[in-house]
Design a protein around this ligand. Structure first.
Ligand code: SAM
Length: 320
């Protein structure tokens, strides 16, 4: 099947939970497990890393790169929440939004909470994060992951039902919007792939830690589904633009479809005039949008060693 032929072996990424530990302590614990810190070299094939090596990611602070087969299921590092297994590309939205400490932020489609937890670290555990998701089970995971910290206010709701004029949200200055998408950028991790053949039908069970994957397990991406998703993505982005003090909105998908990515950006840019694409976003990252959309970011699993991802940062236009 295509998903096996197209599969790319990706390294494992572990983001350090700096709210409760430090990268030095995690490296020390990894050292005791036999891991040796190596030097990141440009062009290294990260899918073929030597076993028991660990590297600093060159782009995302507090992110470590580990070999594809690294298993942390029984390790205290994972069980005690000192590391969060989160693909590199999935760290881009919070990194790019870069909320200030003490600010008020909305994570609009937040569960299971990987990006919420990343936001809280960038804000040094200060300010307020309103984390919404309409799925109760996934929201429970978020509450577990983010440790019920008081400054993270989790609420089971559709983001579309949140009234931008509600005074609870009057101080919101930034929004992270990572809505449901086709998941077409998710690369199956071959090392965890288990394919069973039953009655001539292929079915696959894949263990993936990332936020995005479990939402989309087994769903076929028809053209009609992509179109419906894009309509939804435009609707939630337009909703995000309605909050009066919001200056920055980051939009992301783990889709490779133009319609859900540059297509959504084009649609919201022509539907309103208060927000524009921010310039000079993450300039160290070379891979930009298709069709000349230079302001936005894309990733390509084969070359970037992470899942296929898309990120756009919108900012409020300054009043002339
Ligand atoms: N940001 C999450 C993370 O990093 O862990 C992953 C989010 S996942 C790609 C998309 C989420 O959007 C799903 O959990 C889904 O339940 C939620 N969702 C879909 N429609 C929604 C809506 N109208 N309002 C709020 N959440 C919604």
């Amino acid at each position: 099947p295509d998903h096996i032929r197209n599969a790319v072996v990706l390294p494992r990424y572990a983001r350090v939970n700096t709210n409760i530990t430090s990268i030095e302590k995690v490296l020390e614990a990894l050292g005791k497990m036999g891991y040796v810190l190596g030097d990141y070299v440009e062009g290294l094939h990260l899918g073929k890393m030597k076993p028991k090596t660990v590297l600093h990611d060159p782009h995302i602070p507090n992110l470590l790169i580990l070999p594809p087969n690294s298993d942390f299921h029984n390790s205290d590092l994972l069980l005690k929440g000192h590391i969060i297994l989160q693909d590199k590309a999935s760290c881009f939205p919070a990194f790019i939004l870069n909320p200030s400490p003490n600010s008020t932020v909305i994570d609009a489609c937040a569960a299971p909470g990987n990006k919420t937890s990343h936001l809280s670290m960038l804000m040094n555990n200060t300010g307020t994060i309103h984390a919404f998701d309409k799925d109760p089970l996934r929201l429970q995971t978020l509450i577990r992951l983010t440790g019920r910290a008081g400054y993270i206010k989790a609420k089971r709701t559709s983001f579309l039902d949140i009234d931008p004029k509600d005074k609870t949200y009057a101080e919101v200055s930034a929004i992270l919007l990572d809505p449901s998408c086709s998941g077409s950028g998710i690369t199956r991790r071959l090392d965890h792939l288990l394919v069973q053949s039953a009655a001539g039908k292929e079915s696959s069970t894949v263990v993936v830690e990332e936020d995005e994957a479990d939402e989309n397990g087994g769903i076929i991406n028809s053209e009609a589904r992509i179109k419906a998703l894009a309509d939804f993505q435009v609707e939630v982005l337009m909703h995000a633009f309605k909050f009066k003090k919001v200056n920055r909105v980051v939009y992301s998908t783990c889709s490779k479809h133009r319609l859900e990515n540059e297509g959504v950006v084009e649609a919201v840019l022509s539907a309103q005039s208060e927000f524009q694409l921010a310039k000079n976003v993450f300039p160290e990252w070379g891979r930009r949008g298709v069709d000349g959309m230079k302001e936005v970011i894309r990733t390509l699993p084969e070359e970037d060693h992470c899942i296929g991802f898309f990120v756009a940062l919108f900012e409020r236009k300054s009043k002339a």
